[in-house]
Design a protein around this ligand. Structure first.
Ligand code: SAM
Ligand code: SF4
Ligand code: SF4
Length: 377
């Protein structure tokens, strides 16, 4: 190639804006007490291990967008398990206590158990083990549950949007049968991944008639079913407010069938409002990301598959930590570069959206948001 020839950069590497955090001149040691500009600590790190998925849920990876022409990240862009663990250790020193592996479909990442083993060896500054969990579509879970548990995974969240096979196949849009996911859930319970949480995204007009049957199925099972409001993540799912079924209506429907009692939040920053069945059949949760913003105590950071740090699910710009990892910097330098990024954080997208009139659109170009399959849920 001559000097004048255009430099070809893979499209996938350019998809979202990012900047490389600066290494401060003085390296402050981590205190575990980082706080952002709104006083929120850093406790929860969600790590996306792949941007690929074997499902094409229309609310996340609509097949018209994520088709055979879609440029997924090349293998060389992905953080290695060693790189992920190195960063995780730095984040733990800054206060992270909980790590969630996600994607795309995390169980598609080869030898994921090895990463879990590596992460399970990390400890908080107080010498406590980390709370490690994983969110999966369940398609490969029956095969992998034992290995995940043996590697040190403690609990798991399985996404399941319907029990009705036809509705489920339509929603995953790859004709995947519900029976296989149910087998995965049973396998997870059998090996002692506990509690198993079940995430159901509720879309008005698509699966709201499944709410009560899902509840009936998982009552008395020990699994905690959580109903998630359909969110306007990314830029490709064609989100419309009229397809959101407010959680208050979900609770109303359920309460009419199986009386519910409210429970207190289990931890600060908890996304789900918790309820229990009055007859003792177990617990459910509702995640009202649209109708009840919970930015006030949001303590979650997200690390993309290629090592970009995002401070909000709706962020439009990441912070390129891979550049630091591969730039020959020492851990204390990377750690000192991450601290001011969190300290400057002011993101509170859901609160901003909630403050707008229902029919208002957000300013053009204000949010070229990352896709959920890229950043993880
Ligand atoms: N593939 C895995 C799965 O489906 O569990 C992990 C990644 S997925 C992006 C993580 C979670 O995000 C899933 O529970 C999924 O249902 C949820 N999700 C994806 N798009 C969503 C949307 N538009 N609104 C609400 N939840 C969404
Ligand atoms: Fe895949 Fe999960 Fe997105 Fe569905 S929600 S397309 S399973 S990443
Ligand atoms: Fe956290 Fe952003 Fe979601 Fe608010 S909108 S709860 S800041 S991820």
């Amino acid at each position: 190639m001559t000097d004048t020839a255009p430099k070809i950069i893979p499209l996938a590497d350019l998809r979202y804006a990012s900047r490389v955090p600066a290494i401060p001149a003085t390296l402050a040691a981590p205190t575990g007490l980082l706080s952002d500009s709104r006083g929120r600590p850093l406790r929860d790190l969600r790590i996306s291990v792949t941007d690929r998925c074997n499902f094409r849920c229309s609310y996340c990876m609509p097949r018209e967008v994520f088709d055979k022409n879609h440029a997924f990240l090349p293998q060389s862009s992905l953080l290695s398990f060693e790189e992920i663990t190195r960063l995780a250790k730095i984040f733990v020193a800054h206060g992270v206590e909980k790590i969630r592996l996600t994607g795309g479909e995390p169980l598609l990442r080869k030898n994921l158990e090895r990463l879990i083993e590596m992460l399970a060896r990390l400890q908080t500054p107080a010498g406590q083990p980390l709370d490690i969990t994983l969110t999966t579509n369940g398609s490969l879970l029956a095969k992998k549950a034992r290995a995940l548990k043996d590697a040190g995974l403690q609990r798991i969240t399985v996404s399941l949007d319907a029990l009705d096979d036809a509705i489920f196949r339509r929603m995953n849009d790859v004709d995947f049968p519900v029976a296989d996911v149910l087998r995965g859930i049973e396998a997870a319970q059998a090996v002692g991944l506990a509690p198993v949480k079940i995430n159901m995204v509720v879309k008005r007009g698509t699966n709201e008639h499944e709410i009560v049957s899902m509840a009936r199925h998982f009552r008395h099972s020990g699994a905690v079913l959580r109903f998630i409001e359909y969110m306007d993540v990314g830029a490709s799912n064609g989100w419309r407010m009229d397809e959101v079924l407010p959680s208050a209506q979900v609770v109303e429907q359920l309460n009419a069938e199986f009386p519910l009692t409210a429970l207190a939040a289990s931890a600060p920053g908890e996304t789900a409002a918790r309820w229990r069945y009055a007859d003792g059949a177990g617990e459910i949760g509702v995640i009202s990301s649209v109708t009840q913003a919970f930015c006030g105590d949001c303590n979650r950071a997200r690390l993309s598959t290629e090592g970009k740090l995002f401070l909000c699910l709706f962020a439009s710009q990441g912070h390129d930590l891979r550049a630091l990892l591969r730039g020959n910097y020492a851990d204390d330098q990377i750690s000192a570069a991450i601290a001011p990024v969190w300290q400057a954080r002011s993101d509170h997208y859901s609160e901003l959206r909630a403050a707008l009139p229902p029919d208002a659109s957000l300013p053009d170009g204000a949010f070229k948001r990352v896709e959920m399959s890229y950043i993880g849920g």
